[in-house]
Write a protein that binds this ligand. Structure first.
Ligand code: ATP
Ligand code: MG
Length: 570
């Protein structure tokens, strides 16, 4: 491809709304353009990357026994009512009606549709196991679409669904998929880690997320420095601290004028933050509940929702809090709270002489004794795991890292086969529910993650396996016939070998072409310039390296092919 023909509108300026590197670079380098919030067009360069990631995913899914299909994006409400998710999915589900006012949704995921397909077409144990997958657009009306392709409202996903005869079958399938995922992300050139995770709205019990490690990641993970334990902080268990031996003091009300945050109150009273009780109020469906964690801890809403099952759980508004406690959030506490369920983290149980809001503007209570001063509806593990926490497997200290979830594998069990009645008859002619699993990969998010992990001040540094083109050829001047002719000759020779190459044929200064090549991130740059005239040599530079090499014109094709063979091997 000649660069002048390529539709890759590059920008000099970083778009103001782009907060993360992948968003900035993919827009600047002419890979994507926004259509509406969280919805993007993939321009030719991006589409080539997407196709490469998809090809790797397809190969590995096929190897694992998957069969590719394509299901409708528009799904009837009936099957979602059958599974119960028409309500559960809430505002994230894009809903629409046809001209007969029948309800439909745009698919955020396909458990219902695939289960419906299989229940009406599979009836015997001989047809199982069955693994069906597709690569297709998904739709989720995310609360905060952001970071470009990272969290879109329309995005590309690979989703595979497995149907097994029993739990043992599912176990084998799950391991096979887990393995395939390891291979996929390794082949894509990513630094990643599988972690234990929460199953969220999809359901099921056992699940792992595949996290690409990057500072910009929205997920926080903990991992053990000693064994192979790794988990999303959302589910990582925390262990309660020792009982305090402090003698109990008498409770008192103290003035804390304008001191509303944990830091302010701790500073004002000259006590450490862990002596405070943090009181938070949540709207859990129709009910308001209170949750308590130690002042220096973060509440874990996923754990709270497990302890108090509710379809939706959101922070209560300041007005609601005032209605219940009589004051604004900075001065609230559990003592004297009436007619409201209080959930408390295990650590609260062991606190003595604690400090909390007095439910009166400008006052806190000191020397509060949780075991006698208020009623807790239920104690549980409600806090977010942190660095230094004990590993649940070996008790060594955990470390933390940030990650981008690029894939997730779930054991669904019989959740959907029971809800929708997907049964088969076994060898004895007995009817049984199929045992399911589902396995997703965010293809478009994987592309953005690759950029988050591979860039420098100049632009993107594509891993070879998913680079839009492998090579760019830059004649330093196209007006110089000798340089142009040689560039063309190399271009043709590389194309003949099936190598994906761009020839920068623009009548521009070499500096401009280098800048664009670095921004777009081709792994191999060949420059035909002064050294060619002097010594018949081509300058070769790898995008990820500073060094340049000079290679004779006779050898250049072989050298490029060697690099490709080495890098694309897995
Ligand atoms: P998240 O927790 O990030 O919202 P999820 O757990 O809801 O994601 P899954 O239902 O597991 O997502 O979907 C499978 C994969 O699809 C995810 O691992 C992720 O890579 C991708 N994905 C999910 N939501 C989005 C989105 N809004 N934009 C881009 N990719 C997404
Ligand atoms: Mg997920």
């Amino acid at each position: 491809m000649y660069f002048s023909h390529l539709f890759a509108p590059t920008l000099r300026e970083v778009p103001a709304e782009a907060e993360v590197v992948s968003h900035q670079l993919l827009v600047r380098a002419g890979f994507i353009r926004k259509s509406s919030s969280g919805v993007y067009t993939y321009l030719p360069l991006a589409w080539r990357v997407i196709k490469k990631i998809s090809a790797i995913v397809r190969e590995e899914m096929n190897k694992a026994g998957g069969q590719e299909i394509l299901m409708p994006i528009m799904q009837p409400a009936e099957i979602w009512l059958e599974s119960g998710r028409w309500q559960v999915y809430g505002k994230e589900l894009f809903r629409l009606q046809d001209r007969h006012e029948r309800d439909f949704c745009l698919s955020p995921t396909h458990e219902e549709l695939v289960t419906d397909l299989v229940r009406s077409n599979v009836s015997s144990y001989r047809q199982l196991p069955l693994f069906l997958y597709q690569i297709q657009n998904k739709y989720r009306d995310e609360r905060r679409p952001r970071f470009g392709l990272m969290r879109g409202r329309e995005f590309i996903m690979k989703d595979l669904y497995s149907f097994d005869r029993d739990e043992e079958g599912l176990e084998i399938t799950y391991r096979k998929m887990y393995q395939a995922y390891q291979t996929i992300f390794k082949r894509c050139g990513l630094d990643f880690r599988p972690v234990e995770a929460d199953s969220g709205a999809i359901g099921g019990s056992v699940t792992h997320e595949f996290m690409v490690l990057a500072e910009s990641g929205e997920a926080q993970i903990v991992y053990c420095s000693n064994c192979d334990y790794a988990a999303n902080v959302e589910i990582a268990p925390c262990f309660p601290s020792e009982n305090s031996k402090e003698p109990l003091q008498k409770r008192e009300k103290v003035a804390t004028p304008s001191q509303t945050t944990i830091e302010e109150v701790a500073g004002f009273l000259k006590i450490p933050a862990h002596k405070l009780i943090k009181t938070l109020f949540y709207q859990a469906d129709q009910e308001i509940i209170a949750a308590l964690v130690r002042g220096d801890r973060m509440i874990n809403e996923i754990k709270l929702q497990k302890l108090h099952p509710a379809l939706t759980l959101e922070m209560a508004s300041a007005e609601k809090v005032k209605e219940i406690t009589g004051c604004r959030p900075g001065f609230v506490g559990p003592v004297s709270l009436k007619n409201i369920k209080i959930y408390a983290d295990e650590e609260i149980k062991t606190m003595v002489n604690a400090i909390c809001g007095a439910n009166e503007e400008g006052y806190h209570l000191i020397n509060v004794q949780p075991h006698q001063d208020f009623d807790v509806f239920a104690y549980g593990d409600l806090r977010m795991s942190e660095a230094g926490e004990a590993c649940p497997h070996c008790h060594a200290a955990l470390k933390t890292a940030r990650g981008i979830e690029v894939g997730q594998v779930f054991k669904l069990g019989t959740k959907y086969s029971k809800a929708l009645g997907a049964k088969y008859s076994d060898e004895q002619g007995q009817e049984k529910f199929m045992v399911m699993g589902c396995y997703g990969i965010g293809i478009s998010r994987t592309m953005a993650s690759a950029v988050e992990q591979n860039y420098d001040d100049e632009g993107i540094i594509w891993p070879m396996a998913i680079a839009p083109y492998h090579v760019v050829i830059i004649p330093v001047s196209i007006k110089d016939n000798l340089l142009w002719e040689k560039s063309l000759e190399i271009y043709r020779a590389l194309r003949e070998k099936g190598i994906e190459v761009i020839l920068d044929d623009r009548d521009e200064r070499a500096g401009v072409k280098f800048k664009d090549a670095d921004l777009i991130g081709y792994p191999i740059r060949l420059t035909v310039g002064k050294k060619f005239k002097e010594e018949e040599k081509i300058e070769l530079k790898l995008r990820g390296d500073q060094a340049v090499k000079f290679v004779s014109t006779q050898e250049i094709i072989m050298v490029v092919m060697d690099i490709l063979a080495r890098e694309l091997k897995y």
